[in-house]
Design a protein around this ligand. Structure first.
Ligand code: ING
Length: 311
């Protein structure tokens, strides 16, 4: 049994004027809770150092860059890395990355128990739009502020397990889980900031969104025989509500822990990585069952191409 005690650290809202220092203090408080409850790793949300700024239309580069980190760890995040190292807890969290070359990504990292960064992922599936859209009840400008990730969907050996990451909208795309599944992933950690309503269709409410979020993650877990940890930043940010619904899901697609609040809340579960073995060696033994000769369209085309009517 290769148990990893996982802490899913849901975070409540971060207001636009909340300084990183205050947010890092909240993260350290969750880390202390995780250490006290014997966690080996703590998983935080997407863009967890600031408010979800892609809801704001900005044109001034200096104003935009305020939301990004130029180094990781940097002066304001170093205390978090020090606390994690002191407690011997690995961590994963998301932030807005500004590279030395001036490129901007929606990024997540994972560390070992000594606080060393062992993996970085950059969000591939960017939802929303790039220009101000007056038709929307609120903006979702991830295509304006970030480039699509350029690192693929890597998997790393850490804490004696194969682990990978994705971010928010990525969780809705089965290809994401399968590319990691084809690397033998046993634990997928992801954070999300998901508005509780659809900016284009007010009929789609919170219940439907919570259902779609959990459906996507449970399917990814089951179909790749892997643990999936999905962690929300939730609650009302300057009048904009983000849904909660953080979960820990086992390799059978069963939710073993679920958040009950929309605030800072730690879910803890002892996750046996060997629980992946049965699915990976039977129903989802990819080498035995997959028929790649029929999967060509999945990478050969981007959008829908209807069959010729006369074909
Ligand atoms: N947020 C949302 C997400 O994928 C979204 C955007 C919500 C897209 C609901 C489609 C449906 O959870 C981010 N940040 O990707």
């Amino acid at each position: 049994m290769r148990q990893i005690v996982i802490g899913a650290a849901q975070m409540g809202p971060i207001q636009k004027d909340e300084p990183r220092k205050a947010v890092v203090a909240r993260m350290i408080a969750l880390l202390e809770q995780a250490a006290a409850r014997g966690c080996d790793v703590i998983v935080y949300p997407e863009l967890c150092l600031t408010t979800f700024f892609p809801r704001h239309f900005m044109e001034d580069a200096a104003e935009i860059d305020r939301w990004f980190e130029r180094e990781m760890p940097g002066p304001e995040t170093a205390p978090l890395f020090e606390a994690a190292r002191a407690r011997g807890v690995a961590m994963s969290f998301g932030y807005a990355e500004l590279t030395p070359e001036g490129r901007r990504f929606n990024t997540a990292i994972v560390t070992d128990k000594a606080g060393r960064i062992v993996g970085k992922y950059r969000k591939v599936h960017l939802p929303g739009h790039a220009e101000y859209d007056p038709e929307r009840s609120f903006q979702h400008l991830e295509k304006r502020y970030f480039e699509p990730g350029d690192l693929g969907f890597p998997v790393w050996r850490n804490l004696d397990a194969w682990m990978g990451m994705c971010i928010c909208n990525d969780r809705r795309w089965p290809e994401v889980y399968r590319v990691m599944g084809l690397q033998g992933v046993e634990l997928i950690m992801l954070g999300y900031n998901t508005p509780s309503v659809n900016s284009q269709d007010g009929r789609e409410g919170l219940e439907r969104r919570l259902y779609h979020s959990e459906l996507s993650m449970a399917a990814g877990a089951y179909q790749n025989a892997a643990w999936v940890v999905g962690v929300a930043k939730a609650g009302d940010e300057d009048g904009h509500h983000l849904m909660a619904g953080s979960v820990i899901i086992d390799p059978d697609g069963i939710v073993v822990a679920r958040a009950e609040t929309e605030g800072d809340e730690l879910l803890v579960h002892g996750c046996d990585m060997d629980a992946c073995n049965f699915g990976k060696s039977t129903i989802f033994d990819f080498a035995r069952h997959r028929r790649v000769e029929h999967y060509g369209p999945i990478t050969a085309q981007t959008g829908v191409i209807h069959p010729d009517s006369g074909a």
